[in-house]
Design a protein around this ligand. Structure first.
Ligand code: NAP
Length: 251
């Protein structure tokens, strides 16, 4: 039943595709001859992305809202019915200090809604639609921090660990369908907006373009858990090794 997902002639929906890794993926997919649809909340960022990549389509959408997620599915299935790849890329990252009780937790957006609930809901909306395609895939963008948490980002790290677990179960449930489930595990990426970036380039950090290149290589080679850069070792580390990494990154 499963055939390798082709890397051209697809129609790809990329959530959060106007900036950072999502935009680098949009560029890469476009350069390979795919139709790309992006979504995000900021109209100006969607317009900038469209100006840089003529031919892409953009849908304004806040994936934190279930109504917006349903609208996104309705518009994609009506306007771009040939869509066969869903990239669950949109995400946010927050510093939360639990010694402050509720103060930090409630003063901003909910990472669980944006980084986990949305991916789960979009999967439920899109799986039956994707199952009708000749070849299809869901590509979830998790993080090395899903394997070794950074305690200053406690909820972020937890959502990425949960997205890893969800991707394993979804992949298994869909094993007899044509829908493949990939997980992209980037390390620190220095040229995105996630942390109010660009952050300073470090030895272990990569560019969004490097992540996009590795993603397409992984898809082409049927690698379902795509560890990239430093995250490759984190992905396959033993409990002892992960404990050591945890101590080295949490001071
Ligand atoms: N940068 C890193 O070091 C790193 C490392 C590992 C994994 N990742 C993951 O990579 C993914 C992309 O992040 P990035 O680093 O490329 O950061 P980014 O440049 O901030 O990209 C995130 C994108 O998601 C969109 N977005 C956020 N909340 C949204 C919402 N509620 N509804 C719709 N769109 C939303 C943002 O656009 P709007 O604000 O306009 O909506 C933005 O375009 C995330 O899942 C992140 O966790 C990043």
């Amino acid at each position: 039943m499963w055939t390798t997902v082709r890397i051209s002639n697809n129609t790809v929906l990329i959530t959060g595709g106007a900036t950072g890794i999502g935009f680098a993926l949009a560029e890469k997919f476009t350069s390979l001859g795919n139709k790309v649809v992006i979504c995000g909340r900021r109209e100006n960022k969607l317009s900038e992305a469209k100006a840089k990549l003529p031919g892409i389509e953009a849908i304004r959408c806040n994936i934190a809202n279930s109504g917006d997620r349903e609208m996104l599915y309705d518009r994609i299935s009506a306007e771009f019915p040939e869509t066969n790849l869903l990239v669950n890329n949109a995400g946010i990252q927050r510093r939360i200090d639990f010694t402050k009780g509720m103060e930090d937790l409630l003063n901003n957006e909910d990472e669980i809604d944006i980084n986990l609930k949305a991916q789960v809901h979009l999967s439920a909306l899109f799986v039956p639609f994707l199952m009708k395609k000749e070849s299809a895939a869901i590509i979830n963008v998790s993080s090395g921090l899903g394997f070794v948490p950074l305690s200053m980002f406690p909820v972020y790290s937890a959502t990425k660990a949960a997205l890893h677990s969800f991707s394993i179960s979804l992949r298994h449930q869909l094993r007899n369908t044509r829908v493949k489930v990939f997980e992209i595990v980037p390390p620190t990426v220095h040229d995105t907006e996630l942390k109010g970036n660009p952050i300073e380039k470090a030895d272990w950090s990569l560019s969004a373009k490097e992540v996009a290149d590795a993603t397409l290589n992984g898809i082409e080679s049927d690698s379902y858990e795509i560890g990239i850069g430093a995250s490759s070792a984190w992905l396959s580390a033993s409990k002892d090794e992960r404990d050591k990494i945890f101590s080295s990154i949490n001071h």
